[in-house]
Ligand binder design. Sequence first.
Ligand SMILES: Nc1nc2c(ncn2[C@@H]2O[C@H](COP(=O)(O)OP(=O)(O)OP(=O)(O)O)[C@@H](O)[C@H]2O)c(=O)[nH]1
Ligand SMILES: [Zn+2]
Length: 350
Amino acid sequence: MVEEIKFYEPEDNHGFLSNFALSPITLSDVVWPSSEHYYQAQKFTDLSIQNKILNAETPDDAFKISRDFADQVKDDWMEVRGAVMRFIVFEKFRQNTYFTHLLVSTGDHFIKEHSHKDDYWGDGGDGSGRNELGKILMDVREYFAKKEPFNLVHFVDSAKLPTQWGTFQMYGFIEVKTGKEHLALVYGQPTPDEPTLIRLHSECLTGDALFSQRCDCGFQLARAMENIVKKGSGVLLYLKQEGRGIGLINKIRAYHLQDEGADTVEANERLGFAADMRDYAFCRGMLSFLNIESVSLMTNNPRKINALTDNGINVVERVTLQEGNNPFNEGYLKTKSAKLGHMFDAEFIK
Ligand SMILES: Nc1nc2c(ncn2[C@@H]2O[C@H](COP(=O)(O)OP(=O)(O)OP(=O)(O)O)[C@@H](O)[C@H]2O)c(=O)[nH]1
Ligand SMILES: [Zn+2]
């Protein structure tokens, strides 16, 4: 059974779907504060009425002003209103990508404007209405659901994550292509005005959670979170890419081969995998949702820099992240440098 999304008030759940949600829409250099402002103004040919509506404080006021001039609505309004609504709802989502991500993230849910006052645009409150606005929203969703970056990940929910360094806001995403669950930990208020300090951290259960000294992951994770809090804002993308993409059980098999003398690349290859199976293209969807376009990237791995650059993210700076070298991961770090091109200071992998 396809689940339903019933929306109405802009401040309620899924309120972004409402025409009364504030979402600036620029048309011929005029900025309409909401789709409701634009829709109501199109009822009139009189420019002074249009301007009163355009300058209305709120979408509700725009609606009320339109009612005050009900006797001056243009004759053909009933014929053209459908096309006007479809145009401005499409423009709302074309110009407000955060809303577009939220719309596409509703997946294939049936969308209804649950309005007891309106049985044309809404469902009439009892479901007997035509729900024409819901139909337009589902058409607009279908259009953008095929477009990058909206087709890469679906946002599910977010919650606070208090840590020893500070409290992050944790966003959960599902990667459309694989169904994998990825996280974005956001600290402070990153803005597009300056590069955001970020880390792409591939899940490493042994390093991140079991204090392993066979790799540098856990040490890097801690330092990256500390760096972000110290800077005052930033994002750590925690990616379901255990074992450089081969998964936990295969990583244990690879470790076993390493216990018998193989290096981290040879072990992957003996198991029939490439040295590194990770793909980062979906990260663009997470960064777009967070409105991040340029980054300072904490990494030693040139592949991550190239992956973000190839996917349209401006990597303005690489921040080195050399942590946790010890006798147990000396060989691993040396192999990453020699065979995977990791950029370490000579001192770090002596
Ligand atoms: N297959 C395999 N994976 C490993 C091994 N050691 C660590 N890993 C995985 O390698 C990945 C390390 O990821 P990151 O620390 O994010 O990145 P990186 O590629 O090392 O580069 P940096 O961004 O500089 O840290 C994790 O998924 C680990 O589980 C190993 O010996 N074999
Ligand atoms: Zn690790």
